[in-house]
Write a protein that binds this ligand. Structure first.
Ligand SMILES: C[S@@+](CC[C@H](N)C(=O)[O-])C[C@H]1O[C@@H](n2cnc3c(N)ncnc32)[C@H](O)[C@@H]1O
Length: 288
């Protein structure tokens, strides 16, 4: 529960913006301020600081507290195969067509948290028997803490595995330390990099970019700038896969064409338009 919302006033929030930019390189002006103010106020209350200046002093002197603050700001809840309907569409339509039509696939999970999303994509490509040498999957995030989990392939809580059926679980995961780790064969197919989507340059030539449940925290301006950068980073006909509530009016003005809920193609799509299939738990039965 995040309470005492009124505690951080405008002046304090401005100082907080400046401090966070200096200490963490995160530009809070790109994030929705009402939500962020609430989150920061809650964090400050949890730190037992008697005043705003004491809170700032604590932050300056404790790298561990700064790490916790970065985690708190970035909100990194994720799941494997998060949202079954779009993942089924990815499995049945987007990935098979991309594999068929592209010599070398370049895929990016932007704001990948602990790697659940790029590993889910790697598992789908494995089910499609795509040659691992014919694709590259990149996962990026601003948060070094979650990237450590991503690089190690876990361990993941059973909560983040709730959309993984028993056959997928036994095929791609190993029980470890009270949770599950992805098997090495999948882990080795994804590379991870730290990146701030709001300020760092992007690679180009991606055939698929997944950026989901990341821009919900951004202002409309930051979201529009990011979508323009994604457009430029996609190859012609490449696909942008976004979260259920993240669509924005500018998508078509930017040149994106909606091909299914949550999927947009750059210009002429390589994928035929289709509606999403009824969600079913992924079973791992695709390859014979
Ligand atoms: C809620 S998680 C979403 C993870 C995954 N895409 C999913 O849908 O399950 C949001 C992620 O975005 C990352 N993030 C937030 N702001 C970012 C930024 N400016 N640049 C890169 N990643 C950012 C957070 O660190 C967090 O891991």
């Amino acid at each position: 529960m995040e309470q005492n919302e009124a505690l951080m006033n405008d002046k304090e929030y401005l100082l907080m913006e400046q401090g966070i930019m200096r200490l963490l390189g995160i530009d809070l002006q790109a994030y929705k301020s009402t939500q962020m103010r609430r989150r920061l106020t809650y964090f400050m209350n949890q730190c037992d600081a008697r005043s705003f200046s004491e809170f700032c002093r604590k932050l300056e002197s404790s790298p561990a507290l700064l790490d916790r603050l970065r985690n708190h700001i970035t909100i990194n809840v994720s799941e494997f195969f998060r949202d079954e309907a779009p993942f089924n569409y990815l499995k049945s339509t987007v990935l098979p067509q991309l594999v068929r039509t592209r010599n070398r696939l370049k895929i990016w999970s932007a704001g990948c948290s602990g790697g659940q999303e790029p590993y889910s994509i790697a598992m789908l490509l494995d089910l499609l028997a795509a040659n691992p040498g014919s694709y590259r999957i990149l996962g990026t995030d601003i948060d070094s803490g979650v990237l450590k989990t991503a690089v190690a392939g876990g361990p993941y809580t059973s909560e983040s595995l709730r959309n993984v059926g028993p056959s997928m679980l036994s095929r791609y995961f190993t029980a470890s330390g009270g949770g599950y780790k992805v098997n090495d064969v999948i882990r080795q197919r994804v590379e991870f990099k730290m990146q701030n989507l709001l300020s760092d340059p992007f690679e180009k030539g991606f055939d698929l970019i997944a950026c989901r449940n990341v821009t919900i925290y951004f202002t409309n301006e930051a979201k529009a700038t990011l979508n323009r950068k994604f457009y430029d980073a996609l190859s012609p006909g490449g696909i942008l896969f976004i979260g259920g509530t993240e669509t924005s009016l500018e998508m078509t003005a930017l040149g994106f064409r909606p091909i299914a809920p949550q999927f947009f193609a750059k210009g002429e799509p390589a994928i035929r338009s289709a509606s999403l299939k009824t969600p079913t738990v992924l079973t791992g039965q695709t390859r014979g």
